[in-house]
Design a protein around this ligand. Structure first.
Ligand SMILES: CSC[C@H]1O[C@H](OP(=O)(O)O)[C@H](O)[C@@H]1O
Ligand code: ADE
Length: 307
């Protein structure tokens, strides 16, 4: 069943945390949740255009999960083309306050092996064609990015992943995610440069999402599934889509299980953190000076500050 939702129609962005939804942004190879049945599919129109795909709703216990396929369910959007602002805005508009982002990444370190899982805690951003902010057109905000992921949610994700990772694979708590523009993979010189910077993994999507999720006051964590050693390794083949997809097939089951299990924990704990008030010290323009069309677009994030 497909329903259509329009801007701020239903005030779900005002739901208290304990009644909020969990968002899942599924990356390469993760185009649906397979442990639970989808009970509703919604099209959300946003001031930033259409999201990557319709949002599919799943329910476990008392928690609703809102799922978006990041590249579209047929993988038709490259990392630059993904409508990041529409995706984050749409999720927040339907009451999402936590996002888990299962994502495919390359490893930049020997001990992080294909099929391992990394829950990163830092980024280095090398993208250059991505939306930087929701806060423009007359409204300025500067959110902090010292901890770009939600440390609270990532801690829970680490524990759940540890309990569900198959034997022989390792969970890495923390690590720096190098965000590159793509879509071509890195050159060997770049890959070695990122290694010399101490980066752990490389991908093309998470930083843009995390930055916008901060501004949307949504707790964001990455479930990074390692598929390859990029192109730096002397004795492993250079990354290719075929290699990524082959390892993803083995990883998707695990990612699904982890999403299913963390949903149960979130349903029980409804974990609140400082991610849910990240605009509190970041808004700078006084509300009286903000054009009304800008205020309207930002209302779902700023209602509790600007009224
Ligand atoms: C299919 S290999 C490159 C592709 O995989 C990753 O996607 P996602 O982050 O959505 O899981 C990487 O960022 C690239 O978009
Ligand atoms: N080596 C790599 N570089 C960038 N993104 C990736 N996603 C999976 N493997 C990757």
């Amino acid at each position: 069943m497909i329903n259509s939702h329009f801007i701020t129609m239903n005030k779900q962005h005002l739901l208290p945390i304990k009644e909020s939804r969990l968002g899942v942004i599924g990356g390469s190879g993760f185009y649906s949740i397979n442990k639970i049945d989808c009970h509703e599919e919604i099209e959300v129109n946003t001031p930033y255009g259409k999201p990557s795909d319709s949002i599919r709703l799943f329910k476990t216990g008392n928690l609703e999960i809102a799922f978006i396929a990041r590249h579209g369910r047929t993988h038709k959007l490259n990392p630059t083309e993904i409508p990041y602002k529409a995706n984050i805005w749409a999720l927040r508009s339907i009451g999402v306050r936590w996002i888990i982002a299962p994502s495919a990444v390359g490893s930049l370190q020997e001990q992080i092996r294909p099929l391992d899982i990394v829950i990163p805690d830092q980024f280095i951003d090398r993208t250059h064609k991505r939306p930087a902010t929701f806060f423009n057109e007359g409204a300025v905000a500067h959110v902090t990015m010292g901890d770009p992921f939600c440390m609270n949610l990532s801690g829970i994700l680490c524990n759940v992943s540890e309990e569900n990772i198959p034997g022989g694979r390792q969970l890495h708590r923390g690590g720096t995610y190098l965000a590159m523009e793509g879509p071509a993979f890195s050159t060997r010189a770049e890959s070695n440069l990122y290694r010399s910077w101490g980066c752990s993994i490389i991908g093309m999507t998470n930083h843009t999402e995390a930055r916008l999720a901060k501004e949307a006051e949504i707790a964001y964590s990455s479930l990074s599934m390692v598929t390859d050693y990029d192109c730096w390794h002397q004795t492993h083949q250079e990354v290719s889509v075929e290699m990524v997809l082959e390892n993803l097939r083995a990883n998707t089951e695990v990612a699904n299980k982890i999403v299913f299990e963390i949903a149960k924990v979130i349903d029980k704990k409804r974990p609140q953190s400082k991610s849910h008030s990240s605009l509190k010290d970041g808004l700078i323009t006084q509300k009286e000076n903000i054009p009304s069309f800008t205020k309207e677009k930002l209302k779902i994030f700023t209602d509790s500050y600007w009224g």
